[in-house]
Design a protein around this ligand. Structure first.
Ligand code: PBG
Length: 325
């Protein structure tokens, strides 16, 4: 291109005023969803070693945390539960007095305007750590669907504002949609983990939620990181089945997928800035090797620029504070 010297991009970079006038992407606190881990007990606040600043919280502590989150202007949280005991069919996931259901009731009672989203999956509740029922070493699809639908329904009956299935069984959005509709919850949106990859970046989360698979891995249900077209088929399928928001997960290594999903489907897109992405920045920052605030804002701006409307991030509180300053 030979626009120079007529076009000089630096003219508009001269001052912060000019830079902010032509800024294309903005990060807002309202776009952030804060993940919370809830555990049985009272006054429990267990630090997660691989995720500095993240804790497993008992319901009383969760309420305290929620107040802080709200004071910072964050509007939505996503809940993960750590049950007292596990079994092969993950019954804690759909127990009406399970840990997530208790947490939802308490949160909605105290903070009716907080958007409470629940992660719908079995892996935290099964003793084998897989996201579905296991038979002869296989993760069964269709018989898992009913349990996922029951889980979602129990969350919504407890007061959840939105459910987010993360299991990657085929047909689960439809199963959940039909079940919610049948029970008078046609108005409750589904945020589907649509393009969820079998990623190495979930390691720290599995410490936090105690959900590591006890045998094998999740590659028979989560996606191969090499695949792009398959992600588009997954998103299309979830939209056809009734998803209201589609998600790409993880975020950083999949920004191309976020962009393509946004361009093709014209649906609200969420991305999950996952535990491993958090842990690696925290570790480098603790060593003084990078400036945490700068890289986090850059990462999240990149996700928004790629097309994400919503970002699930363990940095939500920090970002809210930084944006206020
Ligand atoms: C449950 C679930 C996982 C995450 C969100 N929901 C773990 C997994 O699929 O193994 C990961 C979130 C993170 O790494 O921050 N299926």
């Amino acid at each position: 291109m030979s626009f120079f010297p007529n076009y000089r991009p630096r003219r508009l970079r001269k001052s912060e005023q000019l830079r902010s006038m032509i800024r294309e992407t903005v990060l807002n606190t309202q776009d952030l969803i804060y993940p919370l881990f809830v555990i049985h007990g009272q006054k429990v606040k267990n630090p997660v070693a691989s995720m500095p600043g993240v804790f497993q919280l008992s319901v009383d502590e969760l309420l305290r945390e929620a107040q802080e989150v709200i004071n910072l202007g964050i509007q939505a949280v996503i809940l993960f539960g750590i049950p007292e005991s596990k079994d092969p069919v993950g019954s804690g996931a759909y127990d009406s007095s399970g840990i997530v259901q208790q947490a939802v009731r308490a949160l909605k009672k105290e903070f009716p305007n907080l958007v409470v989203i629940t992660d719908v999956c079995l892996c935290e509740f099964t003793d084998h750590g897989h996201c579905g029922i296991v038979q002869n070493g296989e993760i069964l699809n269709d018989s898992t669907l009913e349990l996922l639908a029951r889980t979602a329904l129990s969350h919504v009956e407890a007061g959840a504002d939105m459910v987010a299935p993360s299991d990657m069984m085929d047909g689960r959005v439809k199963a959940i949609r039909s079940c919610l509709d049948e029970h008078g919850f046609a108005h409750i949106p589904i945020m589907a983990y649509s393009a969820k990859y079998a990623s190495g970046f979930y390691g720290p989360f599995r410490d936090a939620a105690g959900s590591a698979p006890q045998f094998g891995d999740r590659r028979s249900y989560q996606m191969d990181p090499a695949n792009r077209e398959e992600a588009l088929r997954e998103v299309q399928l979830d939209i056809e089945e009734g998803a209201d928001i589609v998600m790409v997960k993880p975020a950083l290594a999949y920004l191309d997928i976020i962009r393509e999903v946004k361009d093709r489907f014209h649906y609200p897109v969420a991305c999950y800035n996952v535990s491993g992405e958090y842990a690696m920045v925290k570790a480098a920052a603790q060593k003084g090797w990078i400036d945490e605030q700068k890289v986090v804002i850059e990462f999240l701006t990149g996700m928004r620029r790629a097309g994400a409307d919503l970002i699930i991030t363990y940095w939500a509180k920090d970002v809210a504070e930084w944006l206020k300053a």
